[in-house]
Design a protein around this ligand. Structure first.
Ligand SMILES: [Zn+2]
Length: 242
């Protein structure tokens, strides 16, 4: 059976003399493996679509345990990502992160599209890599069903308001404890304004994240810890290079 599918290549593994096995994020089927036959030959029509970061529309033949690329049309290879060390490193982290997440969870079209968007952003703009990455991490964990909710204190129910400062972000529950209730929970200390910034990141598109100027290291760290707790992994190889 032949199917049409959009894919983003996350990892290449050499296979036999001229072939590659590609780990890919697909638009509608989550993470899949593709056999790309003959793609290492100089004249192969599959050369460009069989490389890291390649985003393609493929015609795939399904076998018992993988897909074989029948034909493919490159949509974008995000070429410029290779010309900037930061873009390459942050982009590689995104590929490793989504590769892990997609192997453990059902990831739908929205997560696929968001992943294409951030890779495209990195290939076009040489700035704000950590801010954009934190936005991706926060949106990803939210789409996986762990959207943080800062409307009320988890313990006493007091509504979030400017008089509540020095609150604790409770990672496992995805909310906060107010100063009166802080003694009951372990969490990350954040201020009211930092909570507002996190809410703003959640609502903003990647193109608008750069204009949020008070994304500090505490926020970056809190979001990453929140993501890692809920996906159950923190030791990403590419993260050590950032
Ligand atoms: Zn409270």
């Amino acid at each position: 059976m032949i199917i049409e599918e959009e894919v983003l290549i996350l990892k290449e593994v050499n296979y036999k003399e001229n072939d590659k096995i590609l780990h890919a994020l697909s638009k509608t089927k989550g993470k899949i493996q593709l056999l790309s036959r003959g793609c290492k030959k100089n004249n192969s029509p599959l050369i460009n679509v069989s490389q890291l970061f390649a985003y393609s529309r493929c015609s795939l033949y399904k076998t018992k345990d993988m897909f074989i690329i029948n034909s493919a049309e490159l949509i974008d290879n995000f070429y410029n990502i290779r010309n900037n060390m930061n873009a390459l490193l942050y982009g590689s982290y995104i590929l490793e992160l989504i590769g892990y997440v997609a192997s453990e969870n059902d990831v739908g079209i929205n997560i696929f599209n968001m992943t294409i968007s951030i890779i495209r952003y990195f290939s076009q703009f040489n700035k704000d890599f950590d801010k954009i990455t934190t936005a991706y991490e926060l949106k990803l964990v939210s789409m996986l069903g762990f959207k943080p909710d800062f409307s009320n204190c988890l313990s006493c129910g007091e509504k979030l308001n400017p008089s509540i400062n020095y609150l604790k972000f409770i990672i496992n529950e995805g909310g906060f404890y107010c100063p009166d209730c802080v003694k009951y929970g372990n969490g990350i200390n954040l201020t009211y304004n930092e909570i507002l910034t996190i809410n703003r990141i959640l609502k903003s598109k990647f193109d608008d994240i750069s204009s949020i100027d008070n994304i500090n290291d505490k926020i970056l760290n809190a979001i990453r810890q929140f993501l890692f707790y809920h996906i159950g992994k923190s030791n990403f190889t590419t993260l050590k290079l950032l």
